[in-house]
Ligand binder design. Structure first.
Ligand code: UGA
Length: 443
């Protein structure tokens, strides 16, 4: 099938590459000329395991191509996926200007039936706005082409996006049109063969499903972080509690890992946007607001522990930092807990020596050159001359470090672990003092 994707960001590129991989003819359009030029030359703008390989072989096979030409993009596919960004407005609600701009372009150039599919995470009611924008352009042109608008939210996790797309838990499709439903069924058939994963519903419910999923996951995390904070004050170990509650299938083991707060481009933005949507319809979403404020506080917890250890005097201290990305297997630093920590440390006069397996360039891009940040080539280098070690991201290579070396390299043998990577007794053996999240009273 011929498919057009607007937006070559995370969602657009993964969707385009995976659809081309199973045989569809995909044209990806973006207004960013530099980005399209680089993609044409085989340069992938994001770090995502497996993506580069799929892009290169589908481009070679002629099934995936790129353009900045809107007219060509609208002409190409019967299916027009909108996968452009919806950054938060100043008040936290999603900014829809890019989504509606694409909708207008579609109306401006369409010459026959099209299905316009919202893949970006958009507030409930956006499909109506998209429909109105397309229709307004058609009216302006005096044309009466038929079209449908569909909500088809994506549930990709960064670092596992290809696998999530190829083997989805569910494919949510919100539509009021049988014709559009049939076309979507055909597009997704290759991903849906072993069992039926397609869940059809009305458009507004599909739009809300996306937010509900992310808000639920964020709630689980903030809940566990609250229990962790409580465990510290009560002399309990949250890791034992986690296993104790996770064994109940109604709770489950997934997404109940306490830590130094959730980050990324989705949870913080989506929880806020849903809370805004709620207040927009006169509903005070108390739980969502609490999820958000617990997370905000949790991002400062590591700093509080470090500061407490040094009795509030961090001036001139050197902190080794392992992990900058908001989670492993990505170079994404958006809303990363490491940023809150570094900014808190800098304000207090401390210096940071940081290492991350993928996010070094991104950190350099965000913070530039500054005296209180040294970007190190290895995790061992980050330790040299540092007072203490802090861990913000659970990269695999941090899981079993050479503890002897850690203990000897640091001026003070102290490890602050924001991801609970180690057993406290293990570090005890190396005479390392260990502060984790929610593990007993000395935390
Ligand atoms: C999230 C959702 O997991 C995807 O299902 C969704 O499609 C995506 O947002 C989206 O809306 O596009 P992602 O932001 O890539 O995916 O990252 P996650 O793996 O969900 O992690 C988010 C944050 O939660 C990370 O900072 C992670 O460290 C933290 N986390 C996760 C915890 O602190 N504890 C946990 O138990 C799990």
């Amino acid at each position: 099938m011929k498919i057009t994707i607007f937006g070559t960001g995370y969602v657009g590129l993964v969707t385009g590459a995976c659809l081309a991989d199973v045989g569809h003819e995909v044209l990806c359009m973006d207004v960013d000329e530099g980005k399209i030029e680089r993609l044409k030359n085989g340069q992938i703008p994001i770090y995502e395991p497996g993506l580069a390989g799929i892009v290169s072989h589908t481009v070679e096979a002629g099934r995936l191509s790129f353009t900045t030409n809107v007219e060509e993009a609208v002409a190409h596919g019967v299916l027009q996926f909108i996968a452009v960004g919806t950054p938060p407005d100043e008040d936290g609600s999603a900014d829809l200007q890019y989504v509606t701009a694409v909708a207008r372009s579609i109306g401006q150039f369409m010459d026959g039936y099209k299905v316009v599919i919202d893949k970006s995470t958009v507030p409930v009611g956006t499909a109506d706005k998209v429909r109105a924008a397309v229709q307004a352009e058609l009216d302006r042109r005096g044309l009466d082409h038929d079209f449908d608008v569909v909500s088809n939210p994506e549930f990709l996790k960064e670092g596992a996006a290809i696998q999530d797309f190829m083997k989805p838990d569910r494919i949510v499709v919100g539509t009021d049109s049988e014709k559009a439903a049939e076309l979507l069924q055909e597009v997704y058939y290759p991903f849906n063969r072993s069992r039926d994963r397609m869940v059809f519903m009305d458009i507004r419910s599909a739009e809300l499903t996306k937010y509900a999923a992310n808000a639920m996951l964020a709630t689980k995390i903030s809940f566990m972080n609250e229990i962790a904070n409580l465990a510290e004050r009560l002399g309990a170990d949250v890791e034992a509690v986690r296993q104790g509650i996770g064994s109940d299938p109604r709770i489950g083991y997934h997404f109940i890992y306490p830590g130094c707060g959730y980050g990324g481009s989705c949870f913080p933005k989506d929880v806020q946007a849903l809370a805004r949507t709620a207040s927009g319809v006169g509903y005070d979403a108390k739980l969502l607001n609490a999820v958000e404020s617990v997370n905000y506080a949790q991002k400062h917890v590591l700093f509080d522990k470090v500061s407490h250890y040094f009795q509030g005097n961090l001036d001139g201290k050197v902190v080794a930092l392992w992990g900058l990305a908001f989670k492993p297997n990505t170079d994404d630093m958006r809303e990363a807990s490491s940023r809150t920590l570094m900014e808190d440390l800098w304000k207090a006069g401390a210096k940071v020596q940081a290492f991350d397996p993928e996010a070094m360039e991104e950190t350099q891009r965000i913070y530039g050159d500054r005296d209180d940040l040294v970007l190190c080539g290895t995790k061992e280098q980050a330790l040299k001359g540092a007072d203490v070690l802090v861990i913000c991201t659970e990269w695999k290579e941090f899981r079993s470090p050479d503890f002897e070396l850690v203990a000897s390299a640091l001026r003070e043998p102290v490890v602050f672990d924001g991801r609970n990577l180690y057993e406290p007794e293990m570090l005890d053996r190396y005479d390392l003092i260990y502060y984790a999240i929610g593990r007993g009273t000395n935390q």
